[in-house]
Design a binder for this molecule. Structure first.
Ligand SMILES: [Zn+2]
Length: 346
């Protein structure tokens, strides 16, 4: 695909007028590929902004589908997306295609894990964090430090948000700043603290600005800090970060424990969902039509081109083509595993 930046195409005219980007920066954006991991509140805000800005290729990865509880803050999605339970990457790509048909959009309905993260990041110019958990962020951190890829951390919960841009070997990595993930019970999550939309927009906006600087060749303007915002208590803080920590296991020792397949979690409780995700131990494909016929005698089955929804008693199983399942109605991994074994296999 070639992008036409002649005067006849004024889509990017205001951005080209902006001295920080200009026509050369715009051409660089068009030649760039950005990976957005997680297409929830942060991820869809990032995706929309980068699509409008003309980043040439957006690669979207998400493991989930759209629900009505998303609509309060995940501004890209509509009631129709939730009613259809479209996978978030599909719904997001559909809307982006209407916003900017000149860019390429790659869609991956997948859980990011040690088996695929290196492949997903490898040919990307920047990785942007739209995830909702520390385990995935440490995984991204390991993969990005190992391969020398820039990534932009971001998180939001309640009215509080935080972001930092990580350039391997230049700046501290996530592990330099946070050697351990906060203990599960001590950290507020969307589950316990909720989240409001304004903080999403602030974190996503700073992440997008950093991405535009990196991709358009303006790295000298990066903020080089840990930025924290609270839109309810009105505290805004910027803590300068220096160089990578001398004793960081990731930066200094190049020990990438999260990439070790043995660390892979096959079951995960999903934040704020009263649901558990179960992944197959080996990569698999599911024939959804066949599974639908098999499950029909045991409960109500509905679906679309990408997933199947099966209701049995108080539980609802959503099954994707990669044999992953999100089991709603429980926070208990043992219960979820047994439902998976009973209805899907393994
Ligand atoms: Zn480090």
């Amino acid at each position: 695909m070639t992008l036409d930046f002649q005067p006849a195409n004024d889509r990017y005219s205001r951005q080209i007028l902006f001295k920080g980007i200009g026509s050369e920066g715009q051409s660089r954006l068009a030649a760039s590929r950005a990976l957005i991991i997680g297409c929830g509140a942060l991820g869809t805000a990032q995706a929309e902004a980068l699509a409008r800005a003309g980043v040439g290729t957006l690669r979207l990865v998400d493991r989930d589908f759209v629900e009505f509880s998303n609509l309060q803050r995940q501004t890209m999605f509509t009631e129709a997306d939730a009613a259809e339970r479209l996978p978030k990457t599909i719904a997001c790509a559909n809307h982006l295609g209407e916003i900017n048909s000149e860019i390429a959009i790659e869609r991956h309905i997948a859980d990011v894990n040690p088996s695929n993260v290196e492949r997903l990041i490898r040919d990307c110019d920047v990785i942007i964090d739209g995830t909702d958990n520390f385990a995935t962020r440490y995984l991204i951190n390991d993969a990005c430090v190992k391969h020398g890829v820039n990534w932009i951390y971001g998180a939001a919960v309640g009215s509080y948000g935080v972001t930092m841009t990580i350039r391997p070997n230049e700046t501290p990595c996530l592990r330099c700043i946070f050697p351990e993930a906060p203990a599960a019970a001590s950290a507020p999550t969307c589950d316990t603290a909720g989240v409001i939309m304004p903080i999403i927009n602030i974190v996503a906006a700073v992440q997008v600005a950093e991405a535009l600087k990196l991709l358009s060749g303006a790295a000298k303007n990066l903020h080089n800090s840990l930025m924290q915002f609270d839109v309810w208590t009105n505290e805004w803080r910027r803590i300068s970060v220096g160089r990578p920590a001398a004793k960081c296991p990731t930066c200094a020792n190049r020990h990438f424990e999260m990439l070790d397949d043995d660390n892979r979690e096959f079951a995960a409780v999903l934040c704020g969902r009263h649901a558990v995700q179960i992944s197959p131990k080996e990569p698999a494909r599911v024939d959804l039509a066949d599974l639908s016929r098999r499950l029909a005698p045991a409960g109500e089955v509905k679906g679309n081109d990408y997933l199947l929804r099966f209701r049995t008693g108080e539980f609802e199983l959503t099954i994707f083509q990669d044999a992953r399942s999100i089991i709603r109605g429980t926070d208990d991994i043992t219960t979820a595993r047994s439902l998976y074994a009973k209805f899907i296999g393994n």
